[in-house]
Design a protein. Structure first.
Length: 374
């Protein structure tokens, strides 16, 4: 049973009802890992009573094998190839490795898939389910999307499920799975644990997991009935199951090395409620150009000096140019006090005003060397 998905179930049910009335359609279910895409497809399979079904599931290790997923989907229907035009049937057989021939025609193969599905649907409504579509091979993807966009009145329903943004975004009608709300989280926890769950506990679990259906379902077996009923405090951080760790670890490995500690691992820490245990970033903080002057960083500091920082500690330090100028200025003033501010570089907006300020100082004798006491 699905929780928190009444609108999504209604849309899938409407697609199946239209297919029974000989109207074809396609739908792409998208969502993050663990959002419940496969569970929604299982619900559609249960709703499609009396309909023929063809199913395929993408596997990452087979994503480079041409037409591997297409063969998995069409294998039960290959007996209807004799009703497909001979040129199309020959192209499809060559693509699936059923005959020794030259390279298959890249246009006739998708056309043969469309014709074959229509011939199978002549016997009754047909449901095609492709789960984990982000991992099907490119050739199968092109052929299936070609057929899905050209179905009209054959009585064929095609359901795809993929991770968001990883399978033909914007091409097929999409059904986006949102995070579960507090009510759905509470019902799911109660169903999986077999005990009453308080609203406060459901709210904290929903906030810690981000409404991820898989993470909520796994937590139901990791928390005690006393914790779910708020008689005992929840552990901090909430425990993570092996399935959730493996699910998000796959996304971390798929990222570039420079982003593994900033993007996907941050998402994993948000689900688990833990802090980062990795090394601190050694990149210096950057000041906003044109910020207000402070005692530590006055207005006369240049951009290079503002960007100078001590690695790993976040403590700022002035550049050697500023330090040497202050020391020489202090010596010119006889060692008393801190030197004059460093004038802005050439081309700075206040260079002209600084020159006038320097001339006034020279007239007053501030920058002239003082005689050494006898």
């Amino acid at each position: 049973m699905l929780y928190g998905r009444p609108q999504e179930q209604e849309r899938v049910r409407a697609l199946l009802d239209a297919t029974r009335d000989r109207r074809s359609g396609a739908l792409l279910v998208v969502g993050e890992p663990g959002a419940g895409k496969s569970a929604l497809l299982d619900e559609a399979r249960a709703e499609a009573g009396g309909m023929a079904a063809l199913e395929a599931r993408g596997v990452e290790s087979e994503s480079r094998l041409p037409y591997a997923s297409l063969y998995q989907l069409l294998r039960p229907a290959l007996g209807a190839l004799e009703r497909v035009p001979r040129a199309q049937a020959a192209a499809l057989e060559s693509a699936l490795g059923l005959r020794e021939d030259a390279a298959p025609d890249l246009y006739r193969v998708p056309l043969a898939v469309l014709t074959l599905l229509a011939e199978v649907a002549e016997e009754g409504p047909l449901l095609c389910i492709v789960d984990d579509a982000q991992w099907i091979d490119h050739d199968s993807e092109q052929a299936l999307v070609f057929a899905a966009r050209r179905l009209h009145a054959e009585g064929v329903a095609m359901l795809f499920a993929a991770r968001e943004g990883e399978f033909q975004p914007g091409v097929l009608p999409e059904l986006r799975l949102r995070p579960l709300d507090v009510v759905a989280v509470r019902e799911l926890l109660a169903d999986r644990s077999g005990t009453a769950v308080t609203e406060d506990v459901a709210r904290r679990v929903a906030a810690a997991t981000g409404g991820n259906a898989l993470a909520v379902a796994e937590l139901a077996s990791l928390l005690t009935p006393a914790q779910l009923a708020a008689r005992e405090p929840l552990p901090s951080p909430l425990p993570l199951s092996t399935g959730v760790e493996r699910l998000f670890a796959e996304r971390v490995r798929a990222l570039a090395p420079s982003r593994r500690t900033s993007s996907a691992s941050t998402r994993l820490r948000c689900v688990s409620g833990t802090r980062s245990s990795g090394p601190r970033s050694t990149e210096p903080r950057r000041f906003r150009p044109g910020g207000p002057p402070t005692r530590r960083w006055p207005r006369y500091c240049t951009k290079r000096e503002r960007l100078t920082a001590t690695r790993g500690t976040g403590r700022r330090r002035r550049s050697g140019t500023t330090r040497r100028w202050r020391e020489s200025s202090s010596r010119r003033r006889g060692g008393r006090g801190r030197g004059m501010p460093l004038p802005p570089p050439p081309g700075h907006g206040s260079a002209r005003a600084s020159c006038r300020h320097r001339r006034r100082n020279e007239d007053a004798g501030w920058l002239r060397p003082r005689p050494t006491p006898g």
